[in-house]
Write a protein that binds this ligand. Structure first.
Ligand code: ATP
Length: 140
């Protein structure tokens, strides 16, 4: 049996992670779950959050994901997400601008200005999660 798990994190635009890892933690809709080699296969929806993993050298890495889906196999984890970035690839200025834009929309009168509040609220959640991850964990 192999020692490591093959982790892939994929979006419609790009392959963000393709690495052998020791452990993966992912934000399942029913709570965060961890996967080690040999795990029982399962599928899970993922909510917006952070996928944490430890690479083969024991280095912990963190990847932002907007909502998605995970397929867990005994030696492989595949995560399909709407968007994903390694913490070191997050553009904090862009996330700040996205947060400001979303806050302005949320402050407007939805009916009068034709604003989709749930969309603005989801955009704000993405921006805040990106800023949190980029601000607390660097160079990974
Ligand atoms: P924005 O309004 O700035 O586009 P968003 O939350 O609407 O933000 P998404 O739809 O989640 O953006 O992502 C669109 C693409 O842009 C994806 O490839 C995503 O990885 C990338 N992306 C979005 N925001 C950032 C960021 N702050 N840093 C790096 N990449 C980002």
């Amino acid at each position: 049996m192999p020692k490591n798990i093959g982790l892939q994190i994929v979006t419609p635009e790009k392959l963000v992670v393709n690495e052998d890892v020791q452990i993966v933690m992912a934000p399942g809709v029913l709570g965060e779950f961890g996967v080690l080699i040999g795990h029982t296969p399962f599928l899970s929806l993922l909510k917006l959050g952070v996928v944490h993993y430890r690479d083969v050298h024991g280095v912990e890495k963190n990847v932002f994901i907007s909502k998605g889906f995970a397929e867990v196999l005994p030696d492989k984890v595949t995560i399909l997400a709407e968007s994903a970035e390694r913490s070191s690839d997050i553009d904090t200025d862009r996330a700040q601008r996205a947060a400001e834009r979303a806050r302005k929309r949320l402050a407007m009168n939805a009916a009068k200005e034709n604003i989709d509040h749930s969309r603005a609220s989801a955009a704000l959640d993405r921006a805040m999660q990106r800023l949190k991850l980029a601000g607390t964990i660097r160079n990974r």
